[in-house]
Design a protein around this ligand. Structure first.
Ligand code: FES
Length: 184
């Protein structure tokens, strides 16, 4: 309900975030990142450039990765958003930490220094793994590969698919290793 994005009005928007539905009056110009951080208190997704260039704000919308700094929240009415806060299941199970396996792998591989880009790296990597499994090619995928088949995530594929996520500390080699750790 409400006006078009950008007209300065609010729209009633229902978004599920980490499994919890939220119905909010959202200014049509408000981006998802600000809604998550300021309205819902979910500060895992970070504001780096605020221009769609660094990837620190990456979250998953219906399983697909997006730069949440660019996306008007009202466009997500009816969508399910997953942020880094929604990944750990808290089940201490066999690994004893309750973390998502990719979070565990980032710790095990020292895949960060300052950690600012880490939530975006992790969400982006999960999106990338899903895209490759669904057969979406990247710029480095062999053009002769059979269409629609899962694309194997080689190191080059991982690097290419995470190239939208910048790390000022230069932890890239360890990030790639962490992603390799969780591949099937
Ligand atoms: Fe969104 Fe940099 S903060 S891409």
């Amino acid at each position: 309900a409400g006006g078009a994005p950008g007209d300065g009005h609010s729209s009633t928007t229902t978004i599920e975030v980490n499994g919890v539905p939220h119905t909010l009056a959202v200014d049509n110009r408000r981006v998802l990142l600000d809604l998550l951080r300021e309205d819902l208190g979910l500060t895992g997704a970070k504001k780096g450039c605020d221009q769609g260039q660094c990837g620190a704000c990456t979250v998953l919308v219906d399983g697909r990765r997006v730069n949440s700094c660019l996306l008007p929240a009202v466009a997500l009415d009816g969508s399910a958003v997953t942020t880094v806060e929604g990944l750990a299941d808290g089940d201490e199970g066999t690994d004893g930490d309750g973390l998502h396996p990719l979070q565990r792998a980032f710790l095990d591989r020292d895949a960060f220094q300052c950690g600012y880009c880490t939530p975006g790296q992790i969400c982006s990597a999960l999106g990338a793994i899903g895209e490759a499994a669904a057969g979406h090619p990247s710029h480095v995928t062999d053009p002769g590969a059979p269409p629609g088949r899962p694309v194997p995530l080689t190191r080059d594929e991982i690097r290419e698919r995470l190239s939208g996520n910048l790390c000022r500390c230069g932890a890239y080699p360890h990030i790639v290793e962490a992603v390799e750790d969780v591949l099937p």
